[in-house]
Structures are given as C-alpha cells and as structure tokens.
Design a protein around this ligand. Structure first.
Ligand code: SAM
Length: 279
C-alpha cells in the first residue's frame, strides 16, 4: 500500500484596508477567518483587524527582517496542507511590502497562490489624481540617499508614463524639492494624503505649487502618495511634418498663405496648425 500524499495547502495573498475598515472585502474576511495561520507584517495591527471581524486565527510574524527564515517554516506548513493567508500592515502585500520571497517559493514548490485583491494606495491615488492612467510606472519609495535619489529622478525625467511614488511624511519635503528640481516646477502632479481616512485630501497642481503649499493648506501629516504626469511626448509624426511644411512655405510666401496651403496639403485644420506653429 502506498501512502497518499497530504493535500497541498494554499497561500492566499490578501489585500486589507489602507484606512477605512469598510474596504475589507467579503473574500478577504473569509480567507482571514478560515486560514490555519496568518503571516502578518505586524501581528499587533492584524490582531486589531481580526478583532473587527471577530476571528481568532493564529498569527505568525512575517516581516522584512525575518522573511528568509519564515519562508522555510511557512513552506513546510503549506506542504503539509495548511492554508496560509499573507497580509501586510495595510493595503496589498508585496507592493512596497514583504511577501515576494514567500510567493516565489510557494509557486516554485507547486503550491497554489491565490490573490484576494483589495485596496492599494497606488491605485487609490492614481484613480483620483486626474492624471493619465493608460500607462503608469510605480516607483515605490525613492532612494533615501540624496545622490541616489537625484540619479533615479534623472533616469525618470524623460519617462512618458505617469509616475507613482510612495513617501513618508518626514521625507516628503525633500522629495518634492528633488522632483521640482529634476522634473521642473510646471510638471502636473497630485498629492494624495490619508486616502480612505477621515482627513483624506487629494490636491492636483504643478509640482512647484504642491511644494509651496506643503505645510500650508496641505498639512504635513499622515500618509502620502505622489502622482506625477509623464514627460510631454514628442509631437506625433503628422504634426511634425505639418510644421516642416509650414516652415518651408512661410520662408517663401506670406504666413497666412503658408498656413492655408499647409492645411490643404496635410488635412489638418487651420486652428490646429495655428496652435502647432506657435508651440
Ligand atoms: N502595500 C501598501 C499598499 O498596497 O497600499 C503600501 C505599503 S507602503 C510600506 C506604505 C506607503 O503607502 C506609505 O508610506 C504611503 O506612501 C502609502 N500609503 C499607504 N496608505 C496610504 C493612505 N491611506 N493614504 C496615502 N498613502 C498611503
């Protein structure tokens, strides 16, 4: 007779509220209440959440300082059939939070990893900032060292995608200074403060203005996400071509005639051409 292998466990990656407890989803509640163990970044904080949902699931600390040791321990439990729920302090685990080593190891061991999507400050800030969302790059926290931060921002200055940064309240002023310096004071941006909480505040303004208002009508208190518009792109090829044609014609004939002819050649409206030739 052969031994039947124990059923394999399952790892749930559970998003939790970033401020407002009502944002905890029904699936998240079930996963937390039903797991054999919850791997939590801060067990005290997660205990508060469990109290809220009246669950008594055992907790095990899993944070950036013990991640490597805990992976082996949790993997062993999973291999013996346990259901493990992974949570961070708030929001979505692995997003500037611990967890990817456990997820990587679980997947490599053939264990099911099941995401239970929930709040994340990245998406909450982005969807309310009023800045293009079709393409964005999440940059997490910028390096702490000034030289490394400037270097990173130099690399990002020409990035056409919207940029999303996390920052702690203590470093926010110097980070905004660096953003103004490297990306320019006129770059459209937004500061999202205390998302989903009582003092939620989302301010859209150019970087220079945000910096000037910081510690004024934007209190230097709470948690912040910075959203910055991507670098303005090059004009589309048809606009570039129209500009070239206009420049050529206007060197030979009156500007108004050159504009009329350029419109006829390119099919662009005279209004568009007028705007193009003045930028
Ligand atoms: N994993 C989390 C998530 O998905 O939202 C993010 C964790 S990261 C360690 C913490 C940073 O997220 C904070 O420094 C802040 O930049 C941002 N953040 C978290 N909660 C926030 C909130 N309610 N309002 C604004 N920013 C928040």
């Amino acid at each position: 007779m052969t031994d039947t292998p124990a059923a394999r466990g399952r790892l749930y990656v559970v998003g939790t509220p970033i401020g407002n407890l009502a944002d905890l989803s029904e699936r998240a509640r079930e996963a937390l209440a039903g797991a054999d163990v919850i791997a939590a970044e801060d067990t005290r904080r997660t205990r508060g959440l469990l109290l809220h949902i009246r669950a008594e699931t055992p907790l095990i600390a899993y944070h950036e300082h013990n991640e490597r040791e805990r992976v082996a321990e949790l993997l062993d439990k999973l291999a013996r059939g346990a259901t493990v729920a992974l949570v961070s302090d708030a929001g979505t685990p692995l997003i500037s939070d611990p967890g990817w080593r456990l997820v990587r190891a679980a997947r490599a061991a053939g264990i099911d990893v099941v995401p239970i999507p929930g709040p994340s400050a990245v998406i909450a800030a982005l969807c309310a900032a009023g800045i293009a969302t079709d393409r964005f790059a999440f940059e997490g926290f910028l390096p702490r060292r000034a030289a490394a931060r400037v270097e990173r921002l130099r690399q990002l200055a020409a990035e056409p995608r919207t940029l999303v940064f996390f920052e702690s309240v203590h470093r926010l002023p110097e980070t905004l200074d660096a953003l103004v310096e490297q990306l320019g004071p006129d770059r459209p941006a937004a500061l999202a403060r205390e998302l989903t909480k009582v003092h939620e505040q989302i301010v859209s303004a150019p970087l220079g203005e945000l910096r000037a208002r910081l510690d004024g009508d934007i209190p230097l208190l709470g948690e912040f996400v910075i959203v910055v518009a991507g670098a303005p792109g090059e004009a589309p090829p048809d606009e570039r071509r129209a500009r070239e044609i206009y420049e050529l014609l206007s060197s030979e004939i009156e500007p108004s005639k050159a504009l009329k002819l350029t419109a006829a050649i390119t099919g662009l409206s005279r209004n568009d051409l007028y705007r193009l030739t003045r930028t």
